[in-house]
Write a protein that binds this ligand. Structure first.
Ligand SMILES: C[S@@+](CC[C@H](N)C(=O)[O-])C[C@H]1O[C@@H](n2cnc3c(N)ncnc32)[C@H](O)[C@@H]1O
Length: 239
């Protein structure tokens, strides 16, 4: 499988432009890669908490302008962006609190809004076989994250094809995230889904860490203290 660096190398020619849009920047991890290639980036995210985190994490970059804005209505003119990078599309719909649900109409409308803004759209998201889908269940047992991601990928392909785009690249890569200790690894796993659920007591935390360890052990990740974050990336272009 390709490495995470290979993935950015392949995406580089598409990400190089004057003004790019980063949709769902979260803590800004992927914005930092995007900022190496794109001259000026406007980032939109719906969450005020993530806005604060990303602002702090990216304060050394002078080509990134972060906004709190819904991807459904991005307040910029048609074709304003040379490229859109979206590393969160599978999570733009997290409907269903009592039972697992998906709001594909919401996603369809976000894709239409993307198509108003740019002729090049790059998606890079956890792959359906990423262990994160199994880990998500520790935080929300009703969530079927692999199904949500799979349906999301199918919808991207269907809607963008309807809108005149062609898929020009699609592959998978692995970001190997190394940890110094088992405790650091466990704490990072807890923080990944802190917006979904934070343990309410030490007892619950212990119980959740037990479940997380069991899942990580099933792939031998705790032996080498490395999480294989597997990505699927795809580029869509319209002439
Ligand atoms: C879990 S994060 C994804 C983090 C990272 N990009 C990744 O793939 O690992 C999902 C992000 O999408 C943002 N988001 C969800 N719905 C959105 C919307 N309608 N408009 C803009 N951002 C949205 C969330 O606030 C969050 O920052």
């Amino acid at each position: 499988m390709k490495t995470f660096e290979n993935m950015w190398d392949e995406l580089k020619p598409y990400l190089r432009c004057e003004i790019g849009l980063d949709e769902g920047y979260a803590d800004g991890k992927y914005t930092r890669y995007f900022a190496k290639y794109c001259k000026h980036i406007i980032g939109v995210d719906i969450s005020e908490d993530f806005y604060k985190q990303a602002k702090e994490n990216l304060k050394d970059l002078d080509n990134v302008d972060l906004k709190i804005m819904d991807a459904l209505h991005v307040d910029y003119p048609d074709k304003y962006f040379g490229v859109i990078l979206c590393t969160s599309f599978h999570e733009f719909d997290m409907s269903g609190k009592e039972e697992f649900k998906m709001d594909l109409d919401l996603k369809r409308n976000i894709l239409k809004e993307m198509s108003r803004l740019s002729d090049t759209i790059v998606f890079a998201e956890p792959s359906t076989d990423n262990l994160s889908s199994t880990l998500y269940k520790v935080f929300n047992p009703i969530e079927e994250h692999a199904i949500r991601t799979q349906k999301s990928n199918e919808l991207i392909d269907e809607v963008l094809t309807e809108l005149g785009y062609k898929q020009v690249l699609c592959d998978r890569a692995v970001d190997k995230i190394y940890y110094n200790s088992r405790e650091e690894f466990e704490e990072d796993m807890l923080s990944w889904w802190a917006e979904v659920h934070v343990p309410s007591s030490e007892e619950e935390k212990k119980e959740m860490i037990g479940k997380i360890d069991e899942i990580l052990d099933s792939k031998g990740f705790l032996d080498n203290l490395c999480f294989d974050d597997v990505f699927r990336y795809a580029v869509y272009r319209r002439e």
